[in-house]
Design a protein around this ligand. Structure first.
Ligand code: ADP
Length: 329
């Protein structure tokens, strides 16, 4: 599809350039011809009318200067017009080139959103029935283990479909997000509540110090909570049992700085530039954690929509610190 579109566009380009070039060559040719003829008539007229004809070289000199002047003007004018037409044609063709790409991307996004949406219902049903089954006392230990492992896979699939759906939605809404004055303490508390069961399960202490006070940012409360959950969830996921996670808030003149610091496995320097890419995962075997490499790309998208930034400092086996910077409202 793209090959034939490419050939078609190249032909369009060639035809338009040939037309522009042909029209202007013809124009320049007739103008130069006209100028030459006029100069010649001028010379003839002056030669015939003046009683003592001037020396030939002075006549030619003067006419040459006139011809040069008008040719220069003609070329500048023609180039200006060519520039205008080429720019218009370029703009029109760029639109034509991008249209199929835009269409394909739109289709792809719709497909991802629809597929994730369709997958959510059966996955939720599966999850609920497994949870109910696990509560049955009659099951043998081995069956329970298998069910638990299946449940964990279903949970991972669930989080993948949710993240894909969110990413597709973010792509669609990136321009019409309504930002409101949002109290950061509420966002932090909601996120902490959400990750509390996971932290307890791994016996990881999560502290906030210094706690946010009345600072507000311009943002979408749900999206900012989601962003914090992603970072806290990772901090717990990639920190061994009994480790700790610290959430620190700070304010500068214009920004709110939020740091999420863990005592986990860390990320080596060569991976840091890529961890915000979609589906990028650092050496899966080292952490044995399930995931799909979508969390941080979603986090980056959310912070960018809030005109903020995210950065990371990390040392292998000593932990990582993710820093969020958000404009204060
Ligand atoms: P996922 O966690 O699903 O793999 P993410 O996009 O959230 O995807 O993270 C990308 C990668 O960055 C992870 O695979 C992990 O290796 C690394 N990473 C993210 N957060 C941390 C962290 N706090 N400590 C160590 N590694 C991390």
């Amino acid at each position: 599809m793209f090959k034939s579109a490419r050939i078609k566009l190249t032909i369009y380009y060639l035809v338009i350039i040939m037309i522009i070039s042909g029209v202007f060559s013809l124009f320049i040719y007739t103008r130069v011809n006209f100028q030459l003829k006029r100069s010649l008539t001028n010379i003839e007229r002056r030669f015939n009318t003046e009683r003592v004809p001037p020396p030939l070289h002075s006549l030619l000199d003067q006419d040459l200067k006139n011809a040069q002047k008008s040719l220069l003007f003609l070329l500048i004018y023609t180039n200006g017009v060519i520039l205008f037409f080429s720019a218009t044609a370029g703009y029109f063709l760029a639109g034509k080139t991008l249209k199929p790409i835009e269409k394909a991307m739109k289709k792809q996004k719709t497909f991802i959103a629809d597929a994730s949406h369709e997958l959510r219902t059966p996955l939720t049903a599966l999850k609920t029935s497994m949870e109910v089954d696990l509560r049955t006392k009659k099951l043998s230990k081995q069956t329970k283990e298998i069910l638990k492992s299946n449940l964990s896979d279903v949970n991972n699939l669930n989080s993948l479909t949710n993240n894909l759906l969110r990413l597709a939605k973010q792509d669609d809404n990136s321009n019409n997000l309504k930002l409101k004055t949002t109290k950061i303490a509420d966002v932090v508390n909601k996120a902490l509540k959400s990750i509390d069961p996971l932290a307890k399960q791994k016996k990881i202490k999560v502290r906030i110090s210094p706690e946010p006070k009345n600072q507000t940012v311009r943002g979408d409360s749900d999206l900012l909570t989601e962003l914090l959950i992603i970072l806290l969830d990772n901090a717990i996921k990639y920190t061994p049992k009994k480790g700790s996670v610290l959430v620190a808030t700070q304010t500068t003149k214009k920004y709110l700085i939020l740091k999420i610091k863990d005592t986990g496995i860390g990320i080596s320097k060569q991976h840091i530039p890529h961890i915000f890419d979609r589906f990028y995962r650092v050496d899966v075997s080292r952490s044995k954690q399930m995931g799909f490499g979508l969390g941080l790309s979603l986090a980056k998208k959310i912070i960018t929509q809030h005109q903020g930034s995210i950065s990371v400092k990390s040392e292998i086996r000593h932990g990582s610190t993710f820093t969020l910077r958000l404009p204060l409202s």
